[in-house]
Design a protein around this ligand. Structure first.
Ligand code: FAD
Ligand code: A2P
Length: 270
């Protein structure tokens, strides 16, 4: 497959949506917005299949978390650029006016309905795993259901945190939800391979108690703490063990409990 193929080849498909903006955060991360089909309803935290036509004219689709909230007129996505990745080696070249394919069937477990009511809600993400929380952090429902929301995001380097940082910083001034967010959203960004104000893996900062001490919070308690997890398979597996250690159990849409998990990507392709 050539990287030079026009990314707007999806023009003739019924599920085509138009790209309205693109922003490159680093050499390997970008975000973009596309038009939203009028009929598309989704719950914040869900994902859809998006893509482009391949050289043979067949849809090449991948799962993507919707990063925008459900009240937004447009849809936002936050994407990796995988070197030689079948989709992202081409998707990274989209510009406003291009079209992508979007299958309007949102699904996923990172939804508020899959959790029991509680007091504090923890969002635990690495890398592009912040995308579903970019949606949930902008959903008024999140602030109606919980007294406190803690966004823990860990990346290897500081520039990789920037999308999340700018989003969080913009929320308190947001005309729609700024007032609701108020002092309820706590942000705890960390890096593991470059110096930054707070360092360390999410798992380590939870088990050592560092995050609780830094934020002045008690350790997690199954009675009042809820969590949503999104990262690599290894990250998800390790965080699950930590959460279970605090007594939280895994829930699902059909069986709400204290935490839910979604993969941010699949190791050997989707
Ligand atoms: P692929 O062949 O799909 O992947 C090649 C390899 O690249 C993978 O084996 C993996 O090792 C690595 N890789 C793929 N995606 C990532 C990633 N996000 N971060 C780090 N390494 C990765 N990707 C996003 O960028 N944003 C999202 O919001 C997003 N949401 C997802 C939601 C779900 C439920 C799942 C299962 C995956 C999601 N992905 C997301 C991953 C996405 O589906 C694709 O894998 C990604 O776009 C790369 O596509 P590709 O065809 O270029 O490479
Ligand atoms: P580290 O640098 O110590 O590996 P990756 O790019 O490999 O997906 O990692 C993204 C971030 O997630 C990195 O900061 C990485 O830390 C962290 N990470 C990777 N695997 C785990 C894990 N199993 N548990 C906790 N954090 C992890």
């Amino acid at each position: 497959m050539s990287d030079q193929s026009p990314p707007n080849a999806a023009k003739t498909l019924p599920d085509a949506q138009t790209v309205t903006s693109v922003y490159h955060w680093t050499d390997s991360l970008f975000s973009f917005r596309v038009t939203r089909p009028q009929s598309l309803r989704f719950r914040s935290g869900e994902f859809v299949m998006i893509g482009l036509l391949n050289d043979a004219g067949k849809p090449l689709l991948r799962a993507y978390s919707i990063a925008s909230p459900n009240w937004d007129d447009a849809l936002e996505f936050y994407s990796i650029k995988v070197p030689d990745g079948p989709l992202t080696s081409r998707l990274q070249h989209i510009v406003p006016g291009d079209q992508i394919i979007l299958r309007p069937k949102p699904v996923g477990t990172l939804v508020l309905d899959a959790l029991l009511p509680g007091k504090r809600l923890w969002f635990l993400a690495t890398g592009t795993g912040i995308a579903p929380f970019a949606s949930l952090m902008r959903d008024p429902d999140t602030y109606e259901r919980y007294d406190e929301i803690i966004m823990m995001h860990t990346c290897r380097t500081v520039p990789e945190l920037e999308y999340g940082r700018q989003l969080v910083e913009s929320l308190s001034d947001d005309p729609l939800i700024g007032e609701m967010v108020g002092g309820k959203l706590r942000y705890y960004p960390t890096t593991t391979r470059q110096d930054s104000p707070i360092m360390g893996r999410i798992t380590d900062n939870l088990t050592s108690g560092k995050v609780f001490a830094d934020l002045g919070l008690p350790p997690m308690d199954a009675g009042c703490d809820r969590a949503m997890v999104c990262g690599s398979l290894a990250f998800n597996t390790d965080v699950k063990a930590v959460l279970e250690g605090f007594g939280l159990t895994e829930g699902a849409n059909s069986d709400p409990r204290e935490y839910v998990v979604e993969k941010a990507f699949v190791g050997d392709g989707v």
